[in-house]
Design a protein around this ligand. Structure first.
Ligand code: NZQ
Ligand code: ZN
Length: 393
């Protein structure tokens, strides 16, 4: 196991009625006048907005609002939010929704105290040194941003979808997790969320670091929970037990408690961010296309790890004479699992075209430290092109 530091100061309030604590939690973490950040209206339809604003009133918290966050959130709303915070004297950011609302709130939170363009922090021109406090009321189990130390924004100037530098400063002070609010998710978003959390665990699980038995087993427990709970949530959207498991799994999958002490991969995410930037596809849908292709491409370089995945996550019988056969069967079962969730499996299904591959590579090359990326196997431009071609079939 590698040496590590782990600082995850988020307070999690989980369960039925947890949102009634929101006002008190803002107060506890020093807020008086909040900026509510949310998306296109789902939180108004499912009651989360009303419940949260009632809780704010009860705690004498006043607020301003920034609505209209789009999935794959854009820089334009971040600039608006920074301006609004400065004009309205906001002292706390509260996101209500999913990764897109939370990531917008995070970027605003470190953009406000920085005097230049917040995007400088993404490009590395400036360091992330200060950040306003953030809270999250989660309504979709997916990205794990409610406990994570980064955010992902698309800079409209150049259409760059980038992750911010990782910093414990931007972990939310608190996250309110009431699984009941996730019952209104369309099946597609439930499935995208399941794929995203599954992928966050895989990005940590597929590692060359030896002697990480505990986190290996924790990862497998989380992966098996997704395999078990996601189909149940799709079959019965009001299955609160399945929704609860998914919600807490999404948080554990990405607050890094199962990723400490081990090298991580993240190649599939790097490739998917290009697909989201090019085709504006849902992050989870893009990952459902990329992950099996990435697995197929890198598996021969670490057959035993993929065989273990097959056996411990999908219950494949180990073929000791030919572990590669076991590894391949695991990837096949994963494809079937994603397919049964209703997820796409080809580039075309997320709006992509094989002839775009050179442009996607060129776009990637414009990022600092564009290549190589990935931990299990280093991915250069030719490897990325090969993985994308595997997404075509
Ligand atoms: O906009 P509204 O109307 O709220 O609708 C949203 C949106 O259309 C809808 N939704 C959310 N909760 C709902 C609901 N609809 C009905 N009932 C509910 N309870 O779902 C749609 C997707 O929302 P979004 O916030 O985009 O989903 P998600 O949580 O999957 O976030 C995706 C974003 O997070 C980034 C992704 O790249 C993507 O931009 N990620 C952020 C990470 C982080 N900060 O740590 C890590 C991840 O790897 C990921 O990259
Ligand atoms: Zn993700």
């Amino acid at each position: 196991m590698n040496a590590f530091t782990f600082y995850s100061p988020t307070l999690f309030a989980f369960g039925e009625g947890a949102e009634t604590q929101t006002g008190e939690l803002i107060r506890r973490f020093g807020g008086h006048h909040a900026l509510l950040v949310y998306g296109g209206g789902s939180v108004k339809k499912n009651g989360a907005y009303d419940a949260v604003t009632n809780a704010l009133r009860d705690a004498d918290i006043t607020w301003a609002e920034l609505a209209g966050v789009q999935p794959n959130p854009r820089s334009g709303l971040v600039y608006q939010g920074i301006d609004l915070c400065q004009r309205a004297g906001v002292d706390f950011l509260l996101a209500i929704g999913g990764g897109s609302a939370i990531d917008t709130a995070k970027a605003i939170a470190f953009g406000v105290p920085y005097e230049g363009d917040f995007w400088d922090i993404f490009t590395g021109k400036a360091k992330l040194e200060r950040c306003m406090p953030i809270g999250a009321v989660l309504t979709i189990a997916a990205a794990g941003s409610e406990g994570s130390n980064s955010c992902v924004i698309t800079q409209e100037n150049g259409n760059m979808k980038w992750g911010s530098p990782k910093s414990d400063l931007i972990r939310p002070r608190f996250a309110v997790l009431n699984p009941r609010y996730t019952c209104t998710l369309p099946a597609f978003q439930t499935a995208c969320g399941a794929v995203d959390m599954f992928s966050h665990i895989c990005e940590r699980y597929f590692s060359n670091t030896p002697d990480v038995a505990l986190t290996d087993r924790l990862c497998e427990a989380l992966l098996k929970t997704v395999v078990d709970a996601a189909p149940r949530a799709l079959a019965n959207p009001n299955d609160i037990a399945a929704r609860s498991d998914l919600m807490w799994t999404s948080t554990l999958a990405h607050n890094n408690s199962v990723g400490v002490g081990r090298d991580q991969d993240w190649a599939s995410h790097q490739i998917e961010h290009e697909l989201s930037a090019f085709y504006d596809c849902a992050h989870g849908a893009g990952l459902a296309v990329v992950i099996p292709a990435w697995m197929e491409y890198v598996m021969p370089r670490n057959v035993s790890r993929f065989a273990r995945f097959a056996v411990n996550v999908f219950g494949v019988e180990m073929d000791y004479a030919c572990p590669e056969r076991t590894a391949k069967e695991g990837i096949r079962r994963l494809r079937t699992f994603f397919h049964e969730l209703g997820m796409p499996s080809t580039l075309a299904e997320v709006g992509g075209r094989e002839e775009d591959i050179p442009a996607i590579l060129a776009h990637r090359s414009r990022k600092p430290n564009a290549f190589p990326f990935g931990g299990l196997v280093k991915i250069g431009p030719d490897d990325m092109a090969a993985i994308l071609r595997l997404c075509v079939k």
